[in-house]
Design a protein. Sequence first.
Length: 361
Amino acid sequence: MIKYSPEIAKVTDPLFEKVKNVIPSVEWPIMAPLIYRINELKTEKNAVVLAHNYQTPDIYHCVADFVGDSLQLAMQAQQIDADIIVQAGVHFMAETSKLLSPDKTVLIPSLDAGCSLAASITGEDVRQLKRKYPGVPVVTYVNTSAGVKAEADLCCTSANAIAVVEAFGVDRVILLPDEFLSKNVAGQTDVEIIAWKGRCEVHERFTAEELRQYRKSSPGISILAHPECSPEVLEEADFAGSTSSLIRYVNVNRPPKVMMVTECSMSDNVSAEIGEDVEFIRPCNLCPHMKTINLQNIIESLELIRYEVTIPEDISSRARQAVQGMIDLEVEGKDFEQRSVLRSVVVEDRLSLSHLDTVSQ
Ligand code: SF4
């Protein structure tokens, strides 16, 4: 373990300047040697760190080479001239990077970096849905395993979900696996949506009542919500969009007081950059999966080339088509407009599909 020294202080002080509003100075002598070591290892191994917006500020601002939402990161991965990618995010993100950069070594620093949404559905579930709804196009959110993507016609992100669903030019589309995202998309399009009962364990916890309480206690607050929250929460928000849209909204509008209704670290990361004229109110819902990634296991991942992500060829070729097909569509991202119409959406789950097993036996 390297100790904090004048040399490390000299190299890392400019990094601390970036995060001093969100990382207490007493913690820096512990973090700085780890940050120093990661940056040294990246050069030695020709590696890059891709960090999701929900990573903690020490990773996001001090060791990441690229930051963004899951798709932005995977697209960066395609263009980077590096041998190794360390994904500071969760497993489906590392898989997406591997799909788009099959020749690079992709590492995930923790095997516990899963996702409740991705875990809610399997490739077999999608095959069952296709048996129930023959001919209906399947769109899977990027927050799914490669096995699920392999069964889809196209992937989508929260930024482009509305446009991807509409791109088929049909009346009905299966949109998986986030029930709330699907309901929110259904409220923005005339395409009938068939959903799956998956939830993000971070975003499902926010309630409209909680937001109303924040409005009362912080008059003038701008409330920005991620579309993995319930339709009732989006109704209560002033603006809704993907993580990148929320960041753009704050940068462009610079509201004096803002609450980002999404994973807690994102407010830290944006507030570290934006300056003190924007006050962040933080409803702190942390993603336990994202938080399994830390400076220490990034070091171990690079030193030991540990936890390489691999995808069987028969799955990766089909999953890549779904992701690349979405990229090739080049549809514009679309924010979620305030609409009071809550469309009824069929929400499928394993129980509702179980009779298909009996029929096919
Ligand atoms: S925030 Fe939600 S969707 Fe994102 S990784 Fe965590 S559980 Fe999954």
